[in-house]
Design a protein around this ligand. Sequence first.
Ligand code: SF4
Ligand code: SF4
Length: 758
Amino acid sequence: MLKVHSRCDLSCDHCYIYQHADQTWRGRPARMPPATVRRAARRIAEHAREHGVPVVHVVLHGGEPLLLGAAGLREVLAELRAAITPWARLDLRLQTNGVLLDEELCRLFVEYDVRVGVSLDGDRAANDRHRVFAHGGSSHDQVRRALALLRRPEHRASYAGILCTVDVRNDPDRVYEALLAERPPRVDLLLPHATWDHPPLRPGPDPTPYARWLGRIHRRWVDDGRPVSIRMFEALRPGGGGTEAFGLAPADVLVIETDGAWEQVDSLKTAYHGAAGTGLDVFDHPVDEVVRHPGVAVRQDGVDGLCATCRACPVVDRCGGGLYAHRWRTGSGFDNPSVYCPDLLGLIDAVNAYPPPTPPASGEWSATAPVDELLDDLATGHGSTSTLALLAATQLSITRALLAACRDRFGSTAAWDLLIHLDQAAPDAVQAVLAHPFVRPALVHRLDPAALPGLGAALDPLPALAVAAALRAGVPATVRVPLRAGAITVPTLGDLVLPGPGESAEVTVGPGEFRARIGSVERTVSLDPLAPPSTGWLPTRDVPVPGGRLLIEDGDPYRDCYGQPVEPRLEAPAARALGRTLTDAWRVVQRDVPAHAAALDGGLRAVVPLAPDPARPLRSATARHAFGAVAVTPHPDPETLAVLLVHEWQHAKLGAVLDLYDLVEPGQGTRIRVPWRPDPRPPEGVLQGVYAHLAVTQVWRSRADTDDPDASAQAAHFRAWTRDGVEALLASRSLTAAGERFVGQLRHALEETRVGSG
Ligand code: SF4
Ligand code: SF4
């Protein structure tokens, strides 16, 4: 957490920074100076590099971070991106009171992929109870205007959610409805900071008013089909994963103050003056040294770091003793249960009791799986580039797991050893090969030929993968590669047709070339694009698209995994024509739905031409095992192809999501009628249809603002299909909790597409 500005334009009376025990803000610079930002960014990057940290989360915080202004924030964001992204994926967030948020800032946050959380305590009465200016005036209108800006389609990717501090004097129903009206991707409900020295407000005789208040909202939320992610409730469910405030996960937050001081979580400021301090700073102390600070170290100990009462508590794995700061009592320090202990027990009871639990099918974890922000982001209809990167990373993990399964099943080989060596010596080369969409089908087919019928004999794909990686890495190697139909395929690079009989070829990799030998016949292939064509070599072809380069995959035999006939290798003029149309289609997507173009950039790597079928001239497909590719019949019209690309990429993304989450209750056998198919469909098929049609609606909705005469009707048509699918899914009771939330959020995204909406 980076405190980029230590002052605030509001004067909330429940603010733990200015109104509670700690007053260290008074001695700190208002703004974090550029030199401190640079130093902080380098410290974080240094830690990511040294420990191979895959993802770094940085929250810009205050005070009020927007007081830095657009120019100041741009400098901070540029500094963080430049320093950290070479070493780790950077998840950037910002928490604001919203008062100063304007269009320029929203554009900046979209540009830098920053997700913005806004503080709002509910309806006007609830919000005005605390969240006011120094002169006592309400901030409610400004905050709602900020939320409306974030809801706009062009800013929606930067809308992280709402943070709401609970006050039990507010009406829980009105607070819940006010929060939902802002259509946030996520709601964070926060208990007001309190300690045993300064207990929370408990008006009236009820000893657990917070459990009752939150229990009321929980019941509404469940009855409404969990239309939004509410982190507190999700964290408190069995296996919910916890948060900073609940559960036993190690604390993983450090704060950098405007003067460069390292501090512990800033909620500690509620305990006593200086409670969050460490005496360390970014100028002289690396992260590793801060992590050894006793205040941080004690919070890595899970249940062993809790007081005796909590250790003996039956719900300790879910409660975790509550927020660390809430355990403070002068004399015994933090060695106490939370001051909210009775409320936490009551709330966990309420979450358990409603709805009545149904036993999960044996071996299933989905009903209680932790809910991930990835789902919320994809429920916008497209998903941010960071989410797409995460999906691609999880797909790569699956491919690596399949690779290891092949080794376990068939034993170590020279190709395996070479891949392992290259993975250490040239990881980028191995990754570029393993990320190829048709590596996973090859591995699946090797492990279970029946899973992908039609691909012929199950050959060992590892030698060809090792050759491709060695060629990319420029590492000399010799491997024996099996032949399929008289050719070897070097994934991502091309096919080599070899003469004569033989089951395998000896392939020797040299600098920029390789030789393949069968018996006495040898072919040498140069990869130099300026060299004369090599006999028998059919290189892959790619085309420029705004996001990079897109492979026209018409050679890899494992592309034949779509359940539809694929086109054999295209003649050069046909490949050039398809390439031009794909480039233009990508530009059309960028023109119509930039957020979907960014999602294509984030993962679409290859297009497979499908064989023409006069009965169905316009066909397209995705394959669950081939993330990163879509298959289409080569269509000459870029406007049409653009819709197909967006449509199919939705299926690919959702397929990758379904590798991570069960969104549909397994084994129910439910069938649902939908308007786009004559036969009743299983829920997963309906979910796929809804997700694809939502995106198509978004394309046509955008075109409706142009002079395209059909666009409004098309938008209305696909919108009706999507709406009917969403409602049918929600009514089917076939979705898991995560699925219900996801589909509920799709419904919100669909509302944004109404013709006439801004
Ligand atoms: S907006 Fe946040 S930082 Fe500012 S006074 Fe209110 S609670 Fe404190
Ligand atoms: S704070 Fe209370 S409910 Fe939570 S773990 Fe400790 S004893 Fe249990």
